[in-house]
Design a protein around this ligand. Sequence first.
Ligand SMILES: CC(C)(COP(=O)(O)OP(=O)(O)OC[C@H]1O[C@@H](n2cnc3c(N)ncnc32)[C@H](O)[C@@H]1OP(=O)(O)O)[C@@H](O)C(=O)NCCC(=O)NCCS
Length: 185
Amino acid sequence: MSDLILRAPEERDIPALHEMILRPAVQWGTGRLPWQRADWVAERVRARTEGVHSLVAEKDGRVVGWTTLTRGPDRRSHSGSLAITVHDLHHRQGIGRALMAAILDLADSWLGLIRTELEVNLDNHGAIALYRAFGFEDEGIRRASLLRDGVYVDSLLMGRLIAPRPLASQLPGFATTSDGSEDGA
Ligand SMILES: CC(C)(COP(=O)(O)OP(=O)(O)OC[C@H]1O[C@@H](n2cnc3c(N)ncnc32)[C@H](O)[C@@H]1OP(=O)(O)O)[C@@H](O)C(=O)NCCC(=O)NCCS
């Protein structure tokens, strides 16, 4: 995947992101309405909402994937919920895997979240396989959770817990300086 660039979304990505969320397989797998306006995307790209972190995947100069992590408020601030979308002409090319790895690294190692969670249509077997590969476990079924093209579909709640990250002073190789003070450099 040498030609894949992961980065924060920019204003210039709005048309490609809008086109992507209207794709048939994306509509099928996500919970948005058909005919979603470009404004909906623009608001999310432009907003600097505390606790909301997005990444896009760019291939050959065009955005083909998007993931968002939303940190929980107050007593849920140790957790974050995830959403991910890849353009349906680019499925099974490793883009979802690359986005998941990057957003989970952000969650685990930079934001210090110990719980990540998501909700996925129960018949979205590809997405469920991807999530299981990253350690998400089934936590429950939400029945008739979503109306999709005239049919109610169940959704699967999934969660992933990790141990809190260590203190630098607990790591091997942590140095103590000659004056007795600790130096993690
Ligand atoms: C789910 C989704 C994000 C996966 O993205 P992707 O870029 O196609 O996934 P990757 O190519 O990185 O696949 C990684 C792994 O996930 C699993 N996987 C992904 N799609 C799969 C499918 N259709 N069937 C079976 N396994 C699948 C496989 O284990 C795959 O590894 P492999 O290709 O080595 O077998 C993408 O299909 C998508 O955006 N779908 C539409 C929107 C959607 O459903 N979003 C999820 C909402 S909860």
